[in-house]
Design a protein around this ligand. Structure first.
Ligand code: GDP
Ligand code: MG
Length: 336
């Protein structure tokens, strides 16, 4: 039975103890070996990194990000300054994770909110493993010279994308490529059309090659860093950009107060802030006719985004001069 002559028979049999220990340590050893192997394999083959898209307003940055992610994460309109925040779009593959940052268009700031928007751009450049500078065909310069000199000095790979070639021709494209090759000799330059999808897959493959070897930063099923309410706010703002002119879309901020989801439907209640009483009147319209269109449009977008029925209640409030108020900008997520 494996007992020494002077051991009491009540003690555990030595054979069993030894066998057990062996069993545990072998198993543990094997598990550790497997973990190391898997980790090494991931480390060796998995690529992961941050890529930031910058450029002047309206060149198609958000269109490209949405096309690559396959979801409408960033709102898109024909108006400038549609994107106000840095929005992450995470693109996952078996052996890569590319974390894209869509950013507000580069402008010379006129008020505090625009300062914050440009801070988002600068922050996104600092974090990047590679930078995409998107231009629209025919464009010859960035709207901020200082920022342009900064990107020239960056040590990370720089990719210039000449977008909207669907509405151009070969001759103009040649001129554009020559112009940008001169201005940014170290950059790789590719023409594409974010809207029609022309050459976007090819550019994506080039990008993956530029990523460092690293494990994923986010869970592989995650698409973005922003919460659901952010997309609600943005969809409402998108409708306002579509339906109103002049200063209204720029004076507006949206805050979703409640987002209640059950199996069948999502109930949403959002506040729309404007800067002045007159803007409130315009936004609501005669007997609420204008704001009703905003609600209907946002509901349709969100129903397809969340894949569920949506019910939205909208309220309009005046919040004087919020675009120049630090406390309000903090509250709306433009400043820390
Ligand atoms: P952003 O301000 O740089 O994010 O630009 P958006 O993605 O919001 O796009 C601005 C406008 O340009 C929208 O009306 C888009 O539909 C349009 N657009 C974007 N990409 C293309 C493209 O490749 N070709 C054409 N013709 N229009 C585009
Ligand atoms: Mg945009």
């Amino acid at each position: 039975m494996g007992y020494e002559p002077n051991e009491l028979p009540t003690a555990l049999s030595r054979d069993i103890v030894i066998e057990d220990t062996n069993f545990i340590s072998n198993d543990k050893y094997r598990a550790e070996l497997l973990c190391t192997f898997v980790l090494l394999k991931i480390m060796k083959e998995h690529k992961s990194g941050f890529v930031t898209i910058i450029g002047n307003p309206n060149v198609g940055k958000s269109t490209l990000m949405n096309a690559w992610v396959g979801e409408r994460l960033s709102i898109i309109t024909s108006k400038a300054q549609t994107t106000r925040h840095r929005i992450l779009g995470i693109i996952n593959g078996e052996d890569f994770q590319l974390i894209l940052s869509d950013t507000p268009g580069v402008i010379q700031p006129n008020y505090q909110m625009q300062n914050s928007m440009m801070d988002f751009v600068k922050g996104a450049i600092e974090d990047a493993d590679a930078l995409i500078y998107m231009i629209e065909i025919g464009e010859t310069k960035m709207k901020d010279n200082i920022l342009f000199s900064r990107i020239k000095k960056l040590k990370i790979p720089l990719i210039v994308l000449i977008n909207k070639i669907d509405k151009s021709n070969q001759d103009d494209l040649k001129i554009s490529i020559k112009h940008w090759k001169n201005k940014l000799p170290d950059a790789e330059i590719y023409p594409l059309s974010a809207l029609t999808g022309f050459y976007i897959e090819e550019v994506f493959k080039h990008l993956i090659e530029k990523l460092p070897i690293a494990p994923p930063y986010y869970p592989k099923d995650q698409l973005t860093d922003k919460p659901e309410r952010f997309f609600v706010n943005e969809s409402i703002r998108e409708q306002i950009l579509e339906h109103y002119d002049k200063e209204i879309p720029y004076a507006v901020e949206v805050m979703t107060e409640s987002f209640e989801e059950n199996e069948k439907i999502i109930h949403i209640r959002s506040l729309i802030y404007v800067e002045r009483q007159t803007q409130k009147g315009i936004l609501i319209g005669h007997k609420g006719s204008a704001i009703k269109k905003v609600g209907i449009g946002a509901r349709l977008t969100l129903q397809s985004f969340f894949g569920k029925k949506v019910n939205i209640e909208l309220f309009v409030k005046v919040n004087k001069n919020w675009r120049n108020s630090s406390s309000q900008l903090k509250r709306f997520g433009y400043q820390n």
